[in-house]
Write a protein that binds this ligand. Structure first.
Ligand SMILES: Nc1nc2c(ncn2[C@@H]2O[C@H](COP(=O)(O)OP(=O)(O)OP(=O)(O)O)[C@@H](O)[C@H]2O)c(=O)[nH]1
Ligand SMILES: [Mg+2]
Length: 210
């Protein structure tokens, strides 16, 4: 029965510099469409993607944040309660890769999970249909960059040719579910510890008489 199915709702941020392809990636992922026209996002847009995940339902609430917001003060508001993020750059424009660490710092400084860790973040090297950038071709260097900067992984994507977008999303969801279990584990011991201390003080049986 559908009503007995477990459901997850995750807020996912999609951030990165102007024109790197955030909106195109989301449109491709959610609506299976692509356009060469560029219309800059103003503020934030939303999209919902529903996934069947084993026998459960995962709803991804995708927050498509305008590249120009890096220079504004609204990101703190947009980031609130997100569980995961994609940081996107354009492989044909090195300045958008340089901005990746700025976006990551902005995110980590404004949002942490209940266990104090930063949210699960995946790096997307988009427009890989256009250019084989030296940086991205050197996979080892990218792996190291991810490790040093707190990304769980990276993917070469193309919204135009529909490359690796589903794979990147599944990878992100898998890591979010793992981190959610981690948070639950870290919270439970705190709630039961007061009961443990009372049991050590049960030296006087009379105290427990009605
Ligand atoms: N060749 C190629 N072009 C792409 C790809 N993804 C996006 N584009 C093009 O890049 C331009 C910008 O794409 P958008 O998705 O609007 O970029 P954005 O990151 O949402 O930009 P802002 O909303 O301004 O932050 C558009 O003209 C797209 O057609 C891709 O994978 N390959
Ligand atoms: Mg956009």
């Amino acid at each position: 029965m559908q009503s007995s199915q477990k459901e997850h709702l995750y807020k996912i941020l999609v951030i990165g510099d102007l024109g790197v392809g955030k909106t195109s990636i989301i449109k491709r992922y959610v609506h299976q469409t692509y356009s060469t026209n560029y219309r800059a996002t103003i503020g934030v847009d939303f999209a919902l993607k529903v996934l069947n995940w084993d026998s459960e339902t995962v709803r991804l609430q995708l927050w498509d944040i305008a590249g120009q917001e890096r220079f504004g003060n609204m990101t703190r508001v947009y980031y609130r309660e997100a569980m995961g993020a994609f940081i996107v750059f354009d492989v044909t424009r090195p300045t958008t890769f340089e901005a990746v660490t700025k976006w990551k710092e902005d995110l980590d400084s404004k949002l942490t999970l209940a266990n104090g860790k930063s949210i699960t973040t995946v790096l997307l090297a988009n427009k890989c249909d256009q250019s084989k950038d030296i940086l991205v071709n050197n996979g080892l260097k990218m792996d190291q960059f991810c490790q040093e900067n707190g990304f769980v992984g990276w993917f070469e994507t193309s919204a135009k040719e529909n490359l690796n977008i589903n794979e990147a999303a599944n990878f992100l969801v898998k890591h979010i579910i793992a981190s959610e279990n981690d948070i639950l584990k870290s919270v439970v011991p705190d709630t039961i510890s007061p009961q443990l201390t009372t049991t050590t003080k049960m030296s006087c049986a009379a105290c427990f008489k009605p």
